[in-house]
Design a protein around this ligand. Structure first.
Ligand code: 5AD
Ligand code: SF4
Length: 473
């Protein structure tokens, strides 16, 4: 099947590139005319996809002639990249935007952009229009390539610009990227989500799935390996359905196998996988790979079949545990992590006990656990809600159980020598450094001179609930 004709969502055309060149040059012209030093501050909330988007937003701003600043106070452009996954994230974003009012009052030429998942929601756009009149531009996550154009127009006297949504759900190839790290990098392989889990806002704010072409991913990835990047994470809301939207005749496992064949000293992570279509083929590719980290993040969300059904997850616990067992059969040393939501509407005491039993059975190395947060417009938000006190009590019980399991998993690492990517000096102990294992576990160790950004072998002396401790060998 031809892939070319199907890849409608990509804006990777010469026209698009020409347009970007024109906008960048207009901005450079503005900078020359105004003879000012322009500084950009980007603040990122939320997930890795947002971090990856922020690196593109920063990349574009730098291309427009801005310099990077780490403080909002002296910025001429502030970009807040927001998250909408839970209420707490939105409150944080709004409170931060609130703090920038004073900076704008001191510097009326400051341009404030609020982008990311939060601003796709109509009620949030209305909120910002009314209550945050000093926000200049609202920009949805499918439209980040329009940042330079909007900034140029706003600085040239246009009214406030609200551009939250892109019903076609396109994406642009070839945007400049300013990578925050010189050894860890994100590579998006697809955008959006088609799954509509009943609690989740993502499909509404990030739109339909669209996959990047294999050649574009391979080109970006190869460049990173050649530059010496050590840890490259492939990103997508559900990487297991990579290519389906575009009718590609290759799937995520094929893509992973191709990337793995690139020579170099690096590891590959990927996230996130949906259990409903995590294939044996993918696990087999991982098991026989040279570079794919022995780490699987497989969100279970709940251990109760009826809650999973109400969540529209389209698998049951038996199917889930079947995949997990296959991962461990093929890769006994593989670290497995998961996401769990407690207090989803309909979750009874006995459903919650199912989740507790599921955790005992699954024995995850770590979990990311959340209390259900109703998201306006999603089906679960209009269901009967569980009282906050019940959510909290279940959450605490679950953490206690998981902490004991994590401790047991980490104790098993004692005496082993693990490959660790050294990330920096420990804040608490100046003698020590920290890094992460392939499985994403934090390790504190000494000594470690000039090894930041490099792989080191660490003999684990002690395993604790949240970290490992050891020495370099
Ligand atoms: N409330 C709580 N947690 C949520 N997640 C997604 N939506 C919600 C919500 N409304 C969690 C899921 C998902 C992770 C990224 O965030 O566990 O896997
Ligand atoms: Fe949300 Fe489900 Fe899509 Fe993940 S798979 S982004 S939880 S709708």
């Amino acid at each position: 099947m031809s892939t070319e004709s199907k890849v409608l969502p990509s804006l990777d055309t010469e026209k698009q590139k020409e347009y970007m060149r024109r906008v960048f040059s207009l901005n450079a012209q503005y900078k020359n005319e105004h003879q000012k030093s322009l500084r950009v501050f980007v603040l990122t909330l939320g997930c890795q996809q947002n971090e990856a988007d922020s690196e593109r937003l920063m990349g574009m701003a730098l291309e427009m002639g801005y310099e990077k600043t780490d403080t909002p106070d002296d910025a001429s452009l502030i970009i807040v990249n927001t998250c909408a996954i839970r209420e707490h994230a939105e409150k944080r974003a709004l409170s931060l935007v609130g703090q920038y009012k004073h900076i704008k009052a001191k510097n009326p030429e400051l341009v404030i952009v609020v982008c990311g998942c939060m601003v796709v929601q109509e009620h949030r756009v209305d909120d910002i229009k009314r209550r945050y009149p000093y926000v200049d531009i609202i920009l949805g996550p499918s439209l980040i390539h329009k940042l330079p154009e909007h900034i140029y127009n706003r600085r040239s006297g246009s009214r406030r610009i609200f551009d939250p949504d892109d019903k076609i759900y396109s994406f642009a190839e070839g945007l400049p990227i300013h990578r925050e790290s010189s050894y860890k990098a994100w590579v998006s392989v697809m955008y959006g989500c088609n799954n509509f889990c009943s609690y989740c806002i993502v499909p509404y704010v990030r739109g339909r799935e669209r996959s990047r072409r294999r050649e574009d991913v391979v080109a970006e990835f190869s460049k990173l390996v050649a530059l010496g990047y050590k840890d490259i994470t492939l990103l997508g809301q559900n990487v297991n359905s990579y290519g389906v939207d575009s009718g590609f005749d290759y799937d995520f496992a094929d893509l992973l196998a191709e990337l793995d064949s690139i020579e170099g000293d690096y590891i590959i992570h990927f996230m996130t996988s949906h259990p409903k279509n995590a294939s044996k083929k993918l696990i087999d590719v991982m098991a026989s790979s040279k570079h794919v980290a022995r780490h699987f993040h497989l969100p279970m969300q709940s251990g109760s079949d009826s809650v999973l059904k109400a969540m529209n997850r389209r698998y049951d616990f038996e199917k889930y545990i079947g995949i997990l067992d296959y991962i461990r059969e093929k890769m006994p040393d593989c670290t497995v992590s998961s996401d769990i939501i407690v207090g989803f509407p309909t979750e009874s005491d006995s459903d919650f006990e199912d989740t507790m039993r599921a955790l005992e059975r699954a024995r995850f190395d770590m979990i990311f656990s959340f209390q259900y947060s109703p998201r306006k417009g999603t089906p679960a938000a209009s269901m009967e809600q569980i009282p906050q006190s019940v959510k909290q009590a279940r959450f605490e019980r679950m953490l206690e159980l998981q902490n004991s399991i994590s401790l047991e998993c980490n104790k098993k690492a004692e005496g082993k020598t693990l490959r660790v990517l050294c990330e920096g000096e420990s804040k608490n102990d100046p003698e020590k450094f920290y890094g992460r294992t392939e499985g994403g576990k934090i390790v504190f160790f000494a000594p470690c001179n000039e090894n930041i950004g490099k792989f080191v072998n660490v003999e684990i002396e002690r395993g604790d609930t949240f970290a490992l401790y050891g020495k370099i060998v």
